[in-house]
Design a protein around this ligand. Sequence first.
Ligand SMILES: *[C@@H]1O[C@H](CO)[C@@H](O)[C@H](O)[C@H]1NC(C)=O
Ligand SMILES: *[C@@H]1O[C@H](CO)[C@@H](O)[C@H](O)[C@H]1NC(C)=O
Length: 481
Amino acid sequence: MILRKTLSSLVLMLLYGCHLHMAKTVMNGGDLEAALPEPRAYIPDSQNLDFVYHDHEELTRFLRATSARYPNLTALYSIGKSTQGRDLWVMVVSSSPYEHMVGKPDVKYVGNIHGNEPVGREMLLHLIQYFVSSYTTDQYVKWLLDNTRIHILPTMNPDGYAVSKEGTCDGGQGRYNARGFDLNRNFPDYFKQNNKRGQPETDAVKDWISKIQFVLSGSLHGGALVASYPYDNTPNSMFQTYSAAPSLTPDDDVFKHLSLVYARNHAKMSRGVACKSATPAFENGITNGAAWYPLTGGMQDYNYVWYGCMEITLEISCCKYPPAYELKKYWEDNQLSLIKFLAEAHRGVQGFVFDPAGMPIERASLKVKGRDVGFQTTKYGEFWRILLPGYYKVEVFAEGYAPREVEFVIVEQHPTLLNVTLQPSKRIEGIGAGGPSYYRPIPAPQHYRPVPPYVASASNDNGIFSTISNGLNSLYSNIFG
Ligand SMILES: *[C@@H]1O[C@H](CO)[C@@H](O)[C@H](O)[C@H]1NC(C)=O
Ligand SMILES: *[C@@H]1O[C@H](CO)[C@@H](O)[C@H](O)[C@H]1NC(C)=O
């Protein structure tokens, strides 16, 4: 075993040497995470933010006051309004709050998608307060904010929250939006046609993530203690509601790793103790979503399949809406996890796709070989992909350019910087005026959007079995999370 490890790192070193000309690895803007001391615990100042639940007006007041007090570190924007007209506030925390830092990742947290699971909502307010109050005194926080734009949506379902009851550990009151829709069943689905009518809250989030390329994301829930990763759905969930089997992505190694980062930095999640005797215990505090229970229309599968954003679901409290006096304990349990998880955006490969003149190519499609879920470049030609140490090939396509395959190596200590230049594609003459170019790629957005399986088997989805199965699924998920 030890020998094999040594050998494989030797191979890696050799490969690394061989391919230096293709992927130059350099330090990522200033200090490296590995060289930094651990973030320090934050000492809450109850004058700024107490450990109590904040209603929508109080939450709005806190965010406004913070953005006024820390104009160099925060920006407040609304991505839209809830069904009942409450703003869906997002606070950016970064040393560049108003502008994307070219070459540096944007990441996000979403809280309270289920209105009656508000621990995450309060944790995110404290995370904001922690960041702004520690920036000048904590090297780790400074590094993170100098190199990352962190977008925080503390509540995606303020209307549901408004009708939830403190102290209610189970049940569905307040889970849904004001029209009774479960927002975590309201996204387009990769495996099954989702006929649920799009809700204002979901539409706002879809629009948001279509505009900003998020590299990494966490969605905060309550009702269990586990980090759960895609896929949440499966091609045959009808038969799997109870005999749940894993539904794994081609990036399973990365998703497991990200989930473990959260669980291991949490005070107790990685112990994998069941919340109650009747609920499951999760080995190391992580689970594949579908292996727990499959669901259609979830947010994490959508982020990953449509935008290549690595989102996981963080269930951070056994009780969905615990009494306020427990919030301080939840903060202590989660604060390191919340920070260390975001730093994972700085693992893997990042770079730019250029044309021969050095101009960025927007919407180039990339796919790491063997991982058939793609991602795209931004308008600056940037891309990111979280990957564990190893040897990889990436395929790069863009309309009007010859596709390329580039090899690179990922190491543990710092991200690999990789710039790719694409050459214009050659046209084959004589096919006809304005005829297709030789390398005519499928239009970029579809290139690596896998064909949803339901297109091929739509008839399976309309029967009474599927209706029954959906009913069971929602019953099951109301209980657990
Ligand atoms: C890649 O391109 C960016 C943007 O032009 C540049 O800042 C960076 O130094 C380049 N990196 C490498 C490894 O060539
Ligand atoms: C914000 O940054 C500017 C320029 O660096 C500085 O002059 C100003 O004092 C800062 N403001 C605050 C409130 O820190």
